[in-house]
Design a protein around this ligand. Structure first.
Ligand SMILES: [Zn+2]
Length: 213
């Protein structure tokens, strides 16, 4: 599930519509909303345990893994080479990303499925590239990923308190920003209070920088 916040909102809207049409009573509406909230927390926990997912509404730099060279950018599914010479491209863009049941693929011009995207990795012509998110649409507004360590720390602390207290409104606000941030939870100590202080991987911070240049 790419957008658990949106999914939950849709379910709540549906319950409200069914209720206003008189098709379900107040108690059934309450039950439906409870189910939507439970599904939300479940989806969020799954997302926390998985690495990055490609998102059609985000903007990425496409960087070659072995040399760090910028190949191009993907912005809302449109791919452009970083060094396209003017006049060569016959269309206004170089390629397009398609998501389907068989996976996520990159088409270049008329060549279909030239690249395959798995997680935030692109494989194309035998080379591996990493997708680094540079912008994300959150509730209709474009945000740059948070790259300030203190802000990130504050966010994950707020999220933890919200999750423990099942505070949906606060958690929904902070989660997309945590997911798109330039940092991720330390894979060695998982930001666990007892293990964090002696952790060499994150130097006791509990989180590390996502991008490995
Ligand atoms: Zn650590």
């Amino acid at each position: 599930m790419q957008n658990p916040e949106g999914h939950r909102e849709t379910l709540h809207d549906m319950a409200a519509a069914l209720h206003s049409e008189g098709l379900i009573d107040q108690l059934e509406r309450f039950d439906m909303n409870e189910m939507a909230d439970a599904a939300y927390w479940h989806a969020v926990e799954e997302l926390q345990n998985s690495s990055g997912h490609y998102r059609g509404a985000s903007t990425y730099d496409v960087v070659q893994v072995d040399n760090g060279k910028l190949l191009g950018t993907i912005s809302r599914s449109i791919f452009n080479f970083s060094n396209t010479e003017p006049g060569i491209a016959s269309s206004s863009y170089d390629g397009k990303v398609y998501s389907g049941p068989e996976g996520i693929h990159l088409n270049l011009g008329l060549s279909r499925n030239v690249g395959t995207i798995t997680g935030l990795n692109l494989e194309m012509y035998g080379r591996r590239y990493q997708l680094i998110e540079t912008q994300r649409m959150i509730r209709g507004v474009c945000h740059n990923p948070i790259d300030d360590p203190d802000s990130y720390r504050a966010l994950i602390d707020a999220a933890q308190i919200a999750q423990e207290g099942r505070d949906l409104r606060l958690f929904e606000k902070v989660r997309p920003h945590i997911e798109s941030a330039a940092f991720c939870i330390c894979p060695a100590c998982f930001d666990r209070f007892d293990a964090r202080d002696d952790c060499a991987t994150c130097a006791g911070k509990g989180f590390v920088t996502k991008m490995q240049p």
